[in-house]
Every structure is written in structure tokens, then in C-alpha cells.
Write a protein that binds this ligand. Sequence first.
Ligand code: ZN
Length: 176
Amino acid sequence: MSVIKVLQYPDPRLRKKGEIVASVDDEIRQIVKTMFDTHYAQENCAALAATQLDFATPKAITVIDYSAKKDSPLCLINPKIIASEGSQIEEEACMSVWPGHIHEKVERAYKVTVQALNEEGEEITFDAQGYFAKCLQHEIDHLHGKLFIDHLSPLKRNRVEKIIQKVRRAYLKKKR
Ligand code: ZN
């Protein structure tokens, strides 16, 4: 089992875009394995994108599993949203934005159609709605260097930045 470090905001690497995977080979499958190992090693983790992990060149890959028993892994390579409709405003949090401290309501499409490659390199297209759709939009944002707090109003964003500064300072002090 190999676990890789989850980057924390405001690490500038969170702004990197995931590199498109040209072919799904053993090297990619190894990365996917490391991502799932890391996912299952975290508490209360629903999904992870490669761009929030300490990879030198993160690929456009996300691993998702928000089942209670952690037995429904879904890996998406080069995922993209090809259609969306409706809206939902639900609370979000992120493993890279001080989990346990920051959760805010974000508006997302209620339903999305996603196209991606699976671990076998086959193209898949599927519809998702509600929580699953929210999760996919959050992860695909990550692969474009975007975080859920980027969706907040300037006022809310300001408030969140202040909380992060405080939490981060306490964390760094404890680490010293
Ligand atoms: Zn996230």
C-alpha cells in the first residue's frame, strides 16, 4: 500500500491542471492504486483528484467512493462534463481545504452527463444527479485547478480565508 500526501490550501500546486492521459497503461493503473490507497487512508473522504496530491506531474484522474462500506470504487480518467442541467445548493468540504474546519454551501448543476475513460482505457458516458453530480463537479474542478471555495461570494470567501489563516497558523505552530 502506498499513500501520498494530500496538499493543503493555499499550496500553489492545487492550481495545477491535470495532465491528459494519453493511454491507460500499467503506470497509470499504479497511480490509480496509490490514489485509492490514499483515499481509503483518509477519514471522511468521498473522492480525490490527482491534482490535490503530491505528484510531480498530476494526471487528469479522479477516484471516487462515498459508500458507507468503502466498497464502491469508481475511477475516472480524463473526465469531462458534456451536459448539465438544473441546480442544487449543498454544503461542500474538501480534503485539501482544511477538512473539519471549512464547509460552505455551493451552487452546482443538479444533473450532469460525464464522459471519461475507465481503468481499462474504455470510454464511458453516464448521467449523475444529486450528491453524485455534486461530487463529480467538485472533482473535475480540481482537475482544472479550481477549488470549491472559488465559487463563494467575495464576502464569504473573505470569511473563509480568515478562518483558514487561523487554523493554518495553529497547525504550523503545533508542527514546529
Ligand atoms: Zn476537493
